[in-house]
Design a protein around this ligand. Structure first.
Ligand code: SF4
Length: 343
């Protein structure tokens, strides 16, 4: 039996994931099926399966989208050329990119238009990195490690440094220091590209780490920020395990251990609850490191369509007036967990 279990806050859904899940739920409610989604809506297998069962078809290429269909572009961000292609093929295209990924796209556009070469720190083949590198492929150079910087050969040019939002701080900081050392004319974004959700979840784990023997991180293998949480703890010399379901606990010895549990930004809370209930610890504590209250509104294309639909409903069914009128204004108090439960 586990000695003590700390359930760490913040954990789980970030504002970008909340927005994307609610956006796709709305699309299922207001458009004819099937609804297509470019890339996994968020990197979580349980959520992707849930939407697949409701007739969402996930695609990896514009070729897979039938003409005049409905498509959503995922939270990880889409290269501008690809977004344009989707707009041309589809009847309706809704971009549910997280605003914090859009920020990085804007930075890439600004720096490339001013003639700078951009070092982009990210994970090769990750959807977010693919989308960001597509903003200005001729100016952007992907690096994954300090070693990769040795292969960069543009000392005379002006250089900017950008990053994937979900890196481990321990991945980002050595690269930042090395680039600062190597390039005198370095431009950086005013605010770090590592997003609030990524850094808050990592800082919370670092702060609780000295109290525990083992950290459990709920999330899928495709989730960059989940893997960053595991890396963060392993770098401190502690045991950390990524788990997706109760079955993953089988090989982990938790007997008499003090354990912290957290979840990546795309992992649903019910899995954390299932695991916490299963562990039946002798002692239990909610460890609250930071409260988050960020909220990202639904994509503008969707807001416009929901508002038109609401107006139509009000005209057709006056008795629905209050519900229809309030559907968008209520969005802030409607959680992604409730949206998933409504499917
Ligand atoms: S992890 Fe950060 S960048 Fe990614 S969706 Fe969440 S808030 Fe946005």
């Amino acid at each position: 039996m586990v000695n003590k279990l700390y359930v760490v806050t913040p954990r789980g859904f970030c504002a970008g994931v909340e927005m994307a899940i609610k956006a796709l739920t709305w699309m299922l409610k207001i458009y004819d099926e099937p609804v297509y989604c470019y890339h996994e809506i968020v990197h979580n297998d349980w959520i992707v399966e849930k939407f697949k069962k409701k007739n969402v078809i996930f695609i990896e290429d514009t070729d897979e989208l039938p003409k005049d269909s409905i498509v959503m572009l995922s939270a990880h961000g889409t290269a501008p050329d690809i977004e344009k292609e989707f707009k041309n093929i589809s009847l309706t295209s809704v971009n549910s990119v997280c605003p914090l990924v859009t920020k990085v796209h804007h930075e890439a556009k600004k720096f490339s238009e001013s003639g700078k070469q951009i070092i982009y720190v990210g994970h090769k083949n990750h959807d977010e990195a693919i989308g960001a590198l597509g903003v200005s492929p001729e100016h952007m150079h992907l690096v994954e490690s300090v070693d990769d910087i040795k292969n960069i050969n543009f000392q005379d040019k002006e250089v900017a440094l950008l990053a994937q939002t979900t890196l481990a701080m321990s991945e980002w900081e050595p690269i930042l220091n090395k680039v600062k050392e190597d390039f005198d004319n370095l431009d950086l974004p005013r605010k770090s590209d590592l997003c609030y959700a990524t850094t808050n979840r990592q800082k919370a784990l670092i702060n609780i780490s000295s109290n525990v023997d083992i950290v459990l991180v709920v999330g899928s293998s495709t989730s960059s920020n989940t893997k960053a949480l595991v890396t963060t703890i392993k770098n401190l010399g502690k045991e950390a395990y990524r788990i997706e379901t109760l079955n993953d606990l089988e090989d982990i010895n938790l007997e008499s251990k003090d354990v912290a549990i957290t979840a990546g930004a795309s992992a649903p809370e019910h899995i954390v609850n299932e695991i916490s209930n299963f562990l039946k610890p002798e002692n239990f504590e909610y460890y609250i490191d930071t409260d988050e209250d960020e909220y990202f509104p639904l994509p503008k294309e969707l807001r416009a369509n929901i508002s038109s639909l609401s107006r139509l409903l009000v005209t057709m069914f006056p008795s629905n007036k209050i519900e229809a009128k309030n559907s968008i204004s209520k969005d802030k108090s409607w959680s992604a967990t409730e949206a998933l439960a409504s499917l």
